[in-house]
Design a protein around this ligand. Structure first.
Ligand code: PLP
Length: 426
């Protein structure tokens, strides 16, 4: 595969943008190949400026659930762009979008922001304002965005870095517990009795690779938050509208107090949201005194793209069963391929999100994820990308399928994985 033009542009970009990217994971720091510079996306495929075509299993880190440049999303943007770009004033689409999101995700109220990070930051401030408490519990390996409060034992791009610039005075109020380990949560509550404003968790983690929470664990978090008067926040920035219209909550039947959204909710445009119980949401300014604001929040083009995306998902419930079927096929066939090659591995999958871990048989938390064979993962990833299957460059991310992926896409991926295994045997 030639990446000459990509290399040239990437090198030139580094002169102006630190590391050449606007979000670190895009730089392929773990890999020895240049990140392809992408010029086009259509359905399940993306294209780079060297003319290479890839099946995309990254999908803008999960955002593009309908596939790239879905015609309904594109039209929703075209329809308004001549008249509405930004006003910083109310628009009707904000009402339509809020109603659709609240009815679809079954929440009382919602506030739109510009990213997942803003959504989680707002949720935490809201929890602090509502409870009058100042500490939070998060879980090792979960990633909730790039604000200081969350950057303690975080997953995703943070997993492989030693961080600087974090305000210790802020981070000292963040208590880290172990994912799927109730004892660690009980200990946090016993030691910080009336001080914990919120517990924030990815109900299905995507940022230590895919690691689902156990049902009893989430149920116990609900009970412990009730007992101590803390707010339970599900960070569904990845899982919201991906695992079902009601997100991961529907799979577990556990109701948090607040939910954060991102990625899919904006149809691929910058958007996030915090939503949940009216009793808490009404603390937000201007109704209440928990401050939150944003010049671009609820931008009409973003709202239109998000509206078109969620409406389409809602009108086509079979999308979810189709993605489940395809992802199931992918998991089953990869299991076969890796087993035939006598590899030790584990595939964690929930719906259309999946991670392959090599060298381990089970991954239930961040420690276990970190024990996986990162070298083998790296060479697998490089091989797959060179053979035109665009997969996440880090172990601590998830692979995604979209509505636009076909059986052929999945079969192609399995075929290349098989080739990789035979190349290792030689
Ligand atoms: N929460 C989760 C679960 C995420 O996966 C991410 C980003 O990947 C965020 C929050 C932060 O979202 P953003 O990158 O839009 O700020």
């Amino acid at each position: 595969m030639r990446l000459d033009k990509s290399k040239e542009i990437f090198d030139k970009t580094k002169r102006y943008i630190p590391g050449g990217v606007n979000s670190p994971v895009r730089a392929f720091k773990n890999l020895s190949i240049t990140p392809p510079v992408i010029s086009k996306g259509k359905g399940s495929h993306i294209f780079d400026i060297d003319g290479n075509e890839y099946i995309d299993f990254v999908l803008s880190w999960g955002a593009m659930i309908l596939g790239h440049c879905d015609p309904d999303v594109v039209n929703s943007i075209k329809e308004v762009v001549e008249d509405q770009i930004a006003f910083g004033a109310p628009t009707e689409i904000e009402y339509k979008m809020a109603k659709l999101v609240c009815e679809t995700a079954q929440i009382d109220m919602v506030r739109f922001v510009n990213s997942g990070t803003e959504a989680t930051m707002t949720a935490i401030r809201l929890a602090k304002g509502y409870t009058g408490k100042k500490k939070i519990v998060k879980f090792a390996g979960c990633y909730h965005g790039h604000h200081d409060i969350f950057l303690k034992e975080a997953g995703s791009a943070v997993a492989e870095l030693r961080l600087k610039g974090i305000d210790e005075d802020i981070v000292k109020n963040t208590i880290v517990a172990e994912y799927n380990n109730l004892d660690s949560v009980e200990k946090a509550f016993k030691e910080n009795k009336d001080e914990i404003a919120a517990v924030i968790i990815e109900p299905v983690a995507g940022n230590m690779g895919v690691v689902p929470a156990k049902k009893e664990f989430l149920q116990a978090l609900r009970e412990i938050c009730n007992l101590y008067g803390s707010v339970l926040i599900f960070d569904e920035v990845i899982t919201g509208f991906r695992l079902s219209l009601k997100g991961a909550r529907a799979l577990y039947n556990v109701e948090p107090d607040l939910i954060t959204f991102g990625k899919i909710i904006g149809g691929g445009l910058p958007c996030g949201a915090v939503g949940g119980k009216k009793e808490i949401m009404q603390f937000l300014t201007p109704q209440g005194n928990v401050f939150q604001a944003g010049t671009m929040s609820g931008n009409p083009i973003v709202m239109n793209a998000g509206y078109a995306t969620i409406k389409k998902l809602k009108e086509n419930p079979h999308f979810y069963s189709n993605m489940e079927m395809l992802a199931g096929k992918l998991e089953k066939e990869l299991t076969q391929v890796f087993s035939n090659s006598n590899l030790t591995f584990c595939i964690n999958r929930v719906g259309s999100m999946l991670t392959i871990f090599f060298g381990v048989e089970k991954v239930e938390n961040f420690e276990m994820a970190k024990m996986s064979d990162l070298d083998l993962f790296r060479s697998f990833t490089e091989y797959m990308i060179k053979k035109h299957s665009y997969v996440p460059s880090s172990q601590f991310e998830a692979m995604f399928l979209s509505v636009a992926h076909s059986e052929n896409d999945v079969e192609k991926f399995v075929e290349i994985a098989e080739e990789f295994c035979s190349s290792k045997r030689k």
